[in-house]
Design a binder for this molecule. Structure first.
Ligand code: ZN
Length: 255
């Protein structure tokens, strides 16, 4: 099993908001980090063309990934057109087979945005199908099925406003500087929000949510995760083992 972690999300900056701190911890634990997005963030602008903002945002994603000496990949989906179909499953599985991760992070299956929810399902299937011989893609299958973790949805709630309770937390207090630096690479988004709110809401909202998760485990900053434990997936909690004293399961789950 190779020591490779893949964070695969819908849009550039998703990883930075919800798992960059934990990716940094895993890098320190000796894992190679890879970050991928299905779409280039082509709707994340009020001023540029689709092509221009895509170029800008892919460069921002690559710059951020570089801070973890990580490669950045972007598939050719488009924002708000991430669809669960045959072609999308094949493309997502092909990427996972190229990277051969042992641990995968993706978006929450319950989220405010359908792109994120569909990405979550595509990644679930792509991990499950990583070792299936008869898929319609040329990349070689590999085993075992990676450990799969779902990150928190934005603001920790689903689309009905119900809280999504993490099954475990990573204490990212020591990684907050790195997380902030990575998020700040996404200047196009940060400046857009800054113009709108007249303050640095982009960075502030990330820190507020990190603080909220931190409070739940009596640490300064944290990120929350749920492990995919369906049939066919590895059952032990490798993330908890790897994080040592920074991996925390909250015994009192009431929030
Ligand atoms: Zn997103």
């Amino acid at each position: 099993m190779e020591k490779i972690v893949l964070g695969i999300f819908s849009h550039p900056d998703d990883a930075e908001f919800i798992c960059a701190g934990t990716l940094s911890l895993l890098k320190n634990a000796g894992y190679k980090i890879r970050i991928a997005t299905l779409a280039p963030g082509d709707k994340g602008t009020a001023e540029f063309s689709k092509e221009k903002i895509s170029r800008i945002r892919m460069a921002e994603g690559a710059k951020s990934a570089k801070l973890l000496t990580a490669d950045y990949y972007c598939l050719d989906f488009e924002d708000v057109y991430i669809i669960y179909d045959r072609e999308s499953i094949n493309k997502t599985t092909a990427l996972i087979r190229k990277i051969r991760p042992s641990i995968v992070f993706t978006a929450s299956p319950d989220d405010y945005m359908i792109d994120h929810e569909i990405t979550s399902r595509l990644v679930q299937t792509a991990c499950f199908a990583s070792g299936m011989k008869n898929l319609e893609i040329s990349d070689d299958p590999f085993e075992p099925v990676p450990y799969l973790y779902y990150c928190d949805p934005m603001e920790g709630k689903d689309k009905l406003g119900n809280p999504v309770i993490p099954a475990m937390y990573a204490d990212i207090t020591g990684e907050m500087d790195m997380k902030e630096k990575m998020l700040a690479c996404h200047e196009s988004q940060r400046n857009w929000l800054m113009a709108h709110h007249k303050m640095d809401e982009y960075i502030l909202s990330m820190k507020r949510f990190g603080e909220q998760r931190g409070k739940e485990i009596n640490r300064k900053y944290a990120e929350g995760f749920r492990q995919h434990l369906g049939h066919g997936f590895p059952q032990e909690n490798i993330l908890l083992e790897l994080l040592g004293d920074k991996g925390i399961i909250k015994l009192n789950s009431a929030t």
